[in-house]
Write a protein that binds this ligand. Structure first.
Ligand code: 1OR
Ligand code: 1OR
Length: 392
């Protein structure tokens, strides 16, 4: 005999059990009554009528938006539950449009010239910092402090409250995510990148565990400064890019709240006429959407692999609203082609972790296009070409 588990039951009970373990209530029954009553009330208030989608409460824990961020509220996940939220971090009031926030005392951690130089170097490619103006960037750099870590050290544990955002100065780190009680390694960082932004952006428990796999050094940005500067910046970004993002065919399968999360992690990069954006054969860590201008995609032919530039052949062009740089991320291979700016180009850039975390639902569309590349490749280079062997 088979017993059917009602949709949502497992997630509901898991989320409840997790919350009970975190909060250690004196009376479990009272706690349970309050927990489920709140859940039902919240559903009554916030859920759109007729939105019949089964909601994963565990997922809500990952995706519930900030209660104190006005802009977040618009795109809030349908259920807001005070128990499933982060429990013990004080909810510092923050309104991204409130200029008063700027008058708060700045946090400054003194640094030597040598430290400041290393910090600047570590931060220069951090996408979340790309849209900051000079004053905001200098406040961020002032507030950051250095932390040395040992191999095996847990920098972040999934489920904890968020304290800092981390920028990697050196060292390697593993990313673990626990799903259905099983912890899996889902990725790693190798001497570059950043992590720990999600809990601070959305007031949620840490979504992953980060463990150092070598000795290393990290630059930490405290939660308050992060929220005051980065979250405020994100609210401006949402205003700027919301309409554009809504028009992108690639993202049409995402829910509106998921599309806004894409905006939160995007940063805008400008390239001058002729500048190289991607180099064929490089290791990939970013994905690009063209915001303005034209991008030329080229591929090397056999002899150019030995260094001859004229072996490059134009294979495609990308204009506003089109994307590139997905292939290497999807296949975990080196870049299959190069990309160059034609005139001045503006691209929205997303890092590989965000790509994997947010664009799962768009994978079918990308894979269909990748199948077209393979057809074109055969037409252009013939089936025996070295290039194809390399990129197949
Ligand atoms: P945080 O504040 O939640 C853990 O603390 C950090 O791990 C998180 O911010 C991200 O910066 C980072 N899913 C969730 N968090 C991730 C992921 C991730 N990767 C890195 N972080 N996934 C892996 C994508 C490669 C999705 C797994 C299902
Ligand atoms: P990437 O991460 O490999 C280079 O970095 C990007 O160029 C690649 O992702 C694609 O987004 C983009 N074959 C391979 N890559 C292509 C192609 C392509 N067109 C654009 N890209 N072909 C052109 C098909 C019209 C087939 C090769 C002839």
């Amino acid at each position: 005999m088979s017993v059917e588990v009602p949709a949502g039951l497992r997630e509901l009970l898991q989320a409840f059990a997790l919350e009970a373990l975190r909060r250690q209530p004196a009376d479990v029954l009272d706690f349970a009554l309050q927990y489920f009553a709140d859940l039902r009330d919240a559903r009554g208030e916030v859920r759109e009528p007729g939105a019949a989608k089964a909601v994963s409460f565990a997922q809500e824990t990952l995706s519930a938006n900030s209660e104190d961020d006005e802009d977040d509220e618009e795109f809030a996940a349908p259920i807001v539950n005070r128990f499933v939220r982060r429990a013990s971090v004080c909810a510092e009031a923050f309104n991204p449009d409130d200029e008063e926030e700027d008058k708060e005392p700045r946090i400054t951690c003194p640094k030597t010239d040598e430290q400041r130089q290393r910090l600047q170097e570590a931060c220069k490619d951090i996408l979340l910092f790309k849209n900051l103006d000079l004053e905001q960037m200098s406040q961020v750099l002032d507030a950051m402090f250095e932390k040395f870590v040992e191999a095996g050290e847990h920098i972040i544990d999934q489920g904890d409250d968020g304290d800092n955002f981390y920028v990697i100065e050196s060292g390697t780190y593993n990313i673990f995510v626990k799903m259905d009680g099983v912890e899996r390694s889902v990725g790693s960082y190798d001497n570059r990148g950043s992590f720990g932004e999600l809990a601070l952006m959305y007031n949620t428990p840490r979504a992953a565990t980060i463990v150092a796999t070598s000795a290393g050094a990290l630059w930490c940005l405290d939660r308050l400064t992060f929220r005051r500067i980065i979250v405020k910046n994100n609210s401006n970004k949402r205003k700027m890019y919301e309409a554009f993002i809504e028009t992108l065919p690639l993202l049409k399968l995402l829910e509106p709240s998921e599309r806004m999360k894409v905006v939160d992690v995007l940063s805008s990069k400008v390239y001058r006429d002729g500048e190289q954006i991607i180099s064929q054969g490089d290791t990939a860590d970013c994905f690009y959407i063209v915001e303005s201008g034209l991008v030329r995609i080229t591929m090397k032919r056999g002899e150019s692999k030995k260094g001859l530039e004229n072996g490059e052949v134009d294979i495609a062009q990308c204009s506003r609203g089109q994307y590139f740089g997905e292939l290497a991320l999807v296949t975990s291979k080196p870049r299959a082609a190069s990309a160059y700016a034609v005139d001045n180009v503006k691209c929205l850039v997303m890092d590989i972790q965000a790509f994997e975390r947010l664009l799962g639902p768009c994978m079918d569309i990308m894979k269909r296009n990748i199948a077209h590349y393979e057809e074109q490749l055969r037409t252009l280079f013939g089936s025996q070409s070295e290039t194809e062997d390399e990129n197949a």
